[in-house]
Design a protein. Structure first.
Length: 229
């Protein structure tokens, strides 16, 4: 029995690697994939969290590692692999660029481990995850105020437009007309993209807007990037 196990773990199987070495590569890919998944789950914000996405990060690193170990240095195997992957159609949409970045990181883990560059895999993965943690904690790229969309119907009169612009300058740090069309009865449908100076003043903006003669159907939609699903 001892001789059997010694033969299994010491005899070359794929690319000159023994079973023990293959298990070491797969275990490394599993541990690094777990780290990628943990950091993704911990730093994730918003409502689009998916358990299957987290599990896919672990499985993807193992799958790519296995494939890379099987390909080894064979050019024919590599072309065969790309030909097989070309037949696969992935229909799951990726709504968040951050999700795609973590998927690429898992693929990178699989490639580096599968090509037997364990030091590069460990150092590169840890560095990338440290950057991801920093970006998550610092909320890098987050804006202080969210964009909003203001929609309403108003008569096509010069004095009304003058009051409207004065009102928007008072409440908004920036605004731009997105959409304008005839609403019938000498009125126009307006849609403005704007950024409030104080987001808590949205109700006051709508209240003051309603004081302009002829304004009706006013609504304000606050767009929050983290609420997109």
């Amino acid at each position: 029995m001892d001789e059997l196990f010694r033969t299994l773990f010491e005899s070359p199987v794929v690319g000159g690697d023994t079973i023990g070495e293959l298990l070491l590569h797969l275990l490394t890919a599993f541990v690094l994939g777990q780290l990628v998944a943990w950091v993704y789950a911990w730093t994730h914000h918003g409502v689009s969290y998916s358990r299957s996405q987290v599990q896919s990060l672990v499985l993807l690193s193992l799958i790519v590692t296995t494939v890379m170990l099987a390909v080894g240095g064979s050019l024919a195997r590599a072309f065969g692999l790309f030909g097989a992957l070309a037949l696969i159609r992935f229909r799951t949409p990726i709504k968040d660029a951050r999700d795609a970045a973590f998927l690429f990181l898992s693929v990178g883990v699989g490639i580096t481990v599968g090509t037997r560059n364990l030091q590069l895999a460990i150092v590169g993965t840890c560095f990338a995850l440290a950057v991801a943690v920093y970006l998550g904690i610092s909320r890098f790229g987050e804006r202080d105020a969210a964009d909003s969309v203001l929609r309403f119907t108003m008569p096509n009169q010069d004095d009304s437009e003058t009051r409207l612009r004065a009102l928007l300058r008072h409440y908004c740090s920036s605004f731009a007309l997105m959409h304008l069309r005839e609403g019938g009865s000498a009125s126009m449908d307006f849609a403005y993209r704007l950024r409030l100076v104080d987001p808590t003043q949205s109700s006051a903006l709508l209240a003051d807007l309603s004081t302009i003669p002829g304004v009706r159907g006013a609504s304000l939609l606050v767009q929050d990037e983290e609420m997109e699903v």
